[in-house]
Design a protein around this ligand. Structure first.
Ligand code: NIG
Ligand code: FE
Length: 435
């Protein structure tokens, strides 16, 4: 199949039968899950799901599906998958990734092992800035290959929707090239990609003496071109010590809004970012949240902004502290989980691993981790009408796991038990199932 035809190719209907536990994640009310709602998985046992034309057509019991007149009549044309009593759930929505980079950052990795901190390494010339030269020097095709590779690895672990940020180009030309590469890789992948412009990842070296001029460039050139060429749906800012201030973020958010783009921000990873001035722009998501204050937790409970937690970064940076998931959930803040796939702080494509960290290091229950990785991730991308649950009419995004009980998904850490991933009705990863 020609890669560029993936999205347009009409897929054959797919019928999954004999599902031991189908986690539907269906909700009685719209919007992100909060508090005890995060534990409601809407489980159907002995279940079946029929997908056609890229959508979920029906969801119910296997015995009813096998009696259905349309299914009986069309059985020969349907791809039937016997799930052998394993677990099926909505494909993961990885709502925070940075796949547009060229090289792993192995020098930073060893420096940290020797005792240096993330900020110390960045100040000494490592960190985000040290990934920039390779992206600026790379062809678009080379970047497409890197981004595509990341999408495939994610799909192999059950992910069907990915938010993908630019942010290692930091010039007009290289930021646009990164977003074009993401768009091209997205066309070649059956899953769904949401692009985010992260020109405000860090101030590049050539603007270090005058960061405001770089903010001017972002607002007056980068954002208008990104919007005009429809290269991104969101604008992100790293609003933290050593990156951008809340005032600079407000300027960038205003420019984003005036060009019709949504906003989101990396906040409270390294310091207490003031969130109140940013909330009036209704960010889809605030990500990291390690150092969030009590007052901001209370304020967030009154908003739709999702707190996206990325414990892979805490794990990989060797931190003792993890984001305060329990406090956020118990205070009524909607929480999502994402990989933060990137070369500096979280080089993992695995949502199940992130969910495992959420359980062991943040005291989230397996059910909470699953809702945070599916329906709440969809809310963080404003895609909850299409993604994040298994309901008729939604996109046919499903993951089949080798597990009798959903709690095994975060339990078997660093072990890929994903047998099959179906994205927009297309089988895009079939682990051990079809071999
Ligand atoms: O989310 N904090 C800012 N950005 C990334 C790290 C990027 C990098 O180190 O390359 C993060 O952790
Ligand atoms: Fe990030």
């Amino acid at each position: 199949m020609a890669a560029k035809n993936l999205k347009t190719k009409r897929s054959r209907p797919v019928l999954l039968i004999n599902i031991g536990q189908l986690l539907t994640l269906r909700s009685s009310s719209p919007g992100p899950r909060r508090g005890p709602e995060l534990k409601e998985l809407g489980i159907i046992e002995d279940a079946a799901v029929l997908c056609h034309g890229g959508k979920i057509v029906s969801v119910g019991k296997t015995k009813d599906a096998l009696r259905d007149p349309w299914i009986k009549q069309n059985r020969k044309g349907i791809i039937e998958i016997d799930c052998e009593r394993h677990v099926v759930l909505p494909g993961f929505v990885d709502s925070h990734t940075h796949p547009a980079f060229i090289n792993p950052r192995l020098v930073d990795f060893e420096k940290r092992i020797a005792g240096a901190g993330y900020e110390e390494i960045a100040e000494a010339g490592g960190g985000i800035r040290s990934s920039v030269d390779a992206v600026r020097g790379a062809s678009k095709l080379k970047l497409v290959g890197k981004v595509s590779g990341a999408f495939s690895q994610m799909a192999a672990q059950g992910t069907t929707t990915v938010e993908a940020k630019s942010g290692y180009g930091l010039s007009v030309e290289s930021e646009l090239k990164s977003l074009e590469a993401i768009r091209q890789a997205a066309k070649q992948w059956p899953g769904t990609v949401v692009s985010t412009f992260l020109g405000a990842h860090v101030v590049p070296s050539e603007f270090r003496k005058n960061p405001e001029r770089y903010v001017d460039l972002i607002c007056s050139q980068m954002i208008p071109q990104v919007a005009k060429r429809k290269l991104a749906e969101f604008v992100d800012v790293f609003t933290d010590r050593g990156a951008f201030t809340a005032e600079q973020t407000v300027r960038i958010f205003q420019a984003a809004q005036s060009h019709g783009l949504g906003v989101r921000a990396h906040v409270c990873q390294l310091s207490e970012t003031p969130l109140q001035p940013l909330l009036q722009y209704e960010p889809a998501s605030f990500d990291h949240m390690d150092c969030v204050t009590e007052a901001d937790v209370a304020a967030l409970a009154e908003h739709q902004t999702v707190a996206t937690l990325v414990p892979g970064a805490n794990y990989f940076l060797g931190l003792e502290k993890f984001p305060p998931a329990r406090k956020l959930i118990d205070s009524g803040v909607p929480v999502a989980l994402a990989t933060d796939f990137n070369p500096g702080s979280s080089p993992t494509p695995s949502m199940p691993f992130v969910m495992s960290l959420a359980c062991t290091h943040m005291k989230m229950l397996p059910a909470e981790a699953i809702a945070a990785a599916t329906i709440n991730g969809a809310c963080a991308l404003r895609l909850q009408n299409r993604k994040g649950s298994v309901e008729a009419g939604k996109d046919a995004d499903l993951a089949l796991f080798e597990a009798r009980d959903y709690r095994e998904i975060p339990y078997w850490f660093a072990s890929n038990r994903c047998l099959l991933t179906l994205a927009n009705g297309i089988i895009c990863s079939a682990g051990k199932l079809l071999h």
